[in-house]
Design a protein around this ligand. Structure first.
Ligand SMILES: [Zn+2]
Length: 89
C-alpha cells in the first residue's frame, strides 16, 4: 500500500502543489509505471501517464494526475515540514 513503481525523471525539478492536498509541497519521484502481460519477458513496465510524488519531508508515495500538479517556488514552502506558507523555518 502506498508503494508504486516509477521511471525516474528530471522533467519535474523542484516542488509542486497538488490538487486536493492544499498547503503541502510535493516533489516528483518519476513517471508511474505498471506491469502488463509483456513485462514478464520484456522486463519493462508501461507508463500510466500519472506521476509518483511524495510530500516534502515524507516518503509515502502518491499516484497523481499531472493535470493536478502546479509548480511552486522554493520560497513558497517550508523545507523542514513541507507546508506552504509555514513560518517554522
Ligand atoms: Zn515548517
Amino acid at each position: 500500500m502506498g508503494q508504486y513503481n516509477y521511471d525516474e525523471t528530471k522533467d519535474y525539478p523542484g516542488a509542486y502543489s497538488v490538487a486536493g492536498y492544499s498547503g503541502i509541497a510535493f516533489s516528483v519521484y518519476g513517471y508511474h509505471t505498471e506491469p502488463d502481460e509483456d513485462t514478464e519477458w520484456s522486463g519493462y513496465e508501461n507508463r500510466t501517464g500519472d506521476l509518483v510524488m511524495v510530500m516534502v519531508g515524507d516518503d509515502r508515495m502518491h499516484r497523481v494526475d499531472p493535470d493536478d500538479v502546479t509548480p511552486i517556488e522554493p520560497d513558497d514552502y517550508c523545507g523542514e515540514c513541507g507546508q506552504i506558507g509555514c513560518g517554522c523555518g
